[in-house]
Design a protein around this ligand. Sequence first.
Ligand code: GRF
Length: 202
Amino acid sequence: MTQRVAILISGGGSNMAGLARSMTGDHPARCVLVLSNVPGAGGLAKAAALGLPTATLDHKAFPDRPSFEAALHQTLTEVRPDLICLAGFMRILTPAFVGKWPGRILNIHPSLLPRYPGLHTHARALAAGDSHHGATVHEVTADLDDGPVLGQIRMPIEPGDTPDTLAARLLPLEHQLYPAVLRRIVTGQRARLDLSTEDVPR
Ligand code: GRF
């Protein structure tokens, strides 16, 4: 049976577009909703251009986090998602919300978790003098950026890299990783996927 995937965004939505474009043809899942907590987020227009249903729930219009999450839960429940993919969704979800969708929320994070949960991951990798950086798709659990790793993609850090060059080089790799992991999850493969730019001869 076709699996139903909702995607939550806050920004440009390039990961959302990559996921949505992957869910066509013989793919066993379809995107049933793109929801943004930021009105006018660039990803909403991208989703509409892809013919996807969109919704906006402005967190600032709610008095507190529980009421925002109640509305989010209600909106999601209406589209009956099997999976919820966070793709640049910049709200922390409470354990109470996450507990309503156990094992069914995925996130992409721009670091090689467990290194650098939270923000400013590119700058932190540079400041630490790391040789490699990358992105992680993980299951969302009650702890921030801490759920089981489902896949990672690694790339070398080059001399002269800045947070901006790392972000720019990493984003296209995120677009490889997230659809690859999603396809595995919807076909029942939860074993971790490890990709590296160094596997491919240059
Ligand atoms: C990505 O780097 C993602 O890893 C991070 O936020 C960025 C979102 O970019 N959480 P986009 O909205 O998918 O273009």
